[in-house]
Design a binder for this molecule. Structure first.
Ligand code: HEM
Length: 281
């Protein structure tokens, strides 16, 4: 695959769709200079309790300048880290844990059936994401093909393993189906929002996701390490290469479009939180 650096900007973004407010799902239509922030009653899986504070007001000028230098991914990361609870990410998390899915995975009480459902629903999300970038209806989605972060095939192997152990594999359930449908729609109508989900899904899995895999496996799988948590090649390098591509893509966005992408982070947490919850239901 050609590297981003070698592709002229005009070609790279040639198919960028022109968006107007009619094309954007109403849920995304709030003003992009505002960032939805939850009150302390925030919990995964619900969009209640959102208040809006000016996005820029939440960032000191020094932090903002440093982030601009590091690229847009640093901004996405900062917003995501604030949406963690202290138990999930003690250094950077800011929320107070409410529901069990917001507590440390060490405190979870997982079941094999619940975890299997989580893997099935996660596979539907990764299948969808990976199909969307393969089809690349927006030209720059193609940059995210074959990044090495793909999880679809590794999840297929894991489900096969569970089958060999005598488990029957369930159909995807509501949280996975809802998220997959949302991704399909955003990919067509709202590329900045889609890219936000892309970033959060793959990067969350490489961080907290691995921690979850370890803890759950210790508790219910006799420490078996699933393929879902293994990558071909050096994960740090794979992530860095995707960060660079994301930064490059975002360079073509206006400040408004960047803010719109950041605003989507909370929805990404909500959908992923609903899927995480399956682990102990
Ligand atoms: C129980 C659930 C979760 C736990 C325990 C957890 C924990 C963590 C931890 C420890 C980090 C690493 C912080 C660091 O760099 O030092 C992290 C990073 C991150 N998490 Fe989570 N997280 C959870 C859920 C989520 C969810 C639901 C999302 C979004 C869908 C998410 C998105 C991210 C992102 C984007 C990063 C930054 C990764 C990077 O910079 O490479 N996390 N998480």
């Amino acid at each position: 695959m050609a590297s981003l650096a070698s592709i002229p900007q005009t070609q790279l973004f040639s198919k960028k769709p022109i968006l107007n407010s009619k094309q954007i799902n109403p849920i995304h239509r709030f003003s992009s200079i505002f960032f939805p922030r939850r009150t302390l009653s925030h919990s995964f899986g619900s969009m209640d309790g959102i208040t809006k504070v000016p996005l820029r007001a939440a960032v000191s000028p020094v932090t903002a300048a440093a982030e601009v230098k590091k690229g847009f991914v640093e901004e996405m990361r900062r917003v995501a880290m604030k949406l963690h609870t202290k138990e999930q990410a003690p250094k950077e998390g800011e929320k107070v844990a409410k529901g069990p899915e917001e507590r440390s995975p060490a405190k979870w009480d997982p079941t094999v059936e619940g975890y299997l459902q989580f893997l099935v629903d996660s596979k539907l999300v990764y299948d969808t994401m990976e199909r969307i970038v393969d089809e690349a209806t927006v030209s720059y989605y193609a940059e995210f093909r074959n990044t090495g972060l793909e999880r679809s095939q590794s999840l297929a192997k894991d489900l096969e393993w569970f089958k060999e152990q005598g488990y029957s594999i369930p159909e995807p359930s509501e949280p996975g189906v809802t998220y997959a449908n949302c991704l399909e729609e955003l990919a067509q109508k709202d590329p900045q929002a889609f890219i936000c989900h892309f970033y959060n899904v793959y990067f969350a899995h490489s961080a907290g996701g691995r921690m979850i895999g370890r803890k759950v496996s210790e508790k219910i799988l006799n420490k078996k390490e699933l393929e879902f948590y293994k990558w071909d090649g050096d994960l740090t390098q794979l992530l860095q290469s995707v960060r660079e591509k994301l930064n490059k893509v975002a360079e073509s966005w206006t400040r408004e479009e960047k803010n719109h992408c950041l605003e989507e982070t909370e929805k990404s947490f909500m959908y992923s939180g609903q899927i995480l919850r399956l682990i102990f239901t």
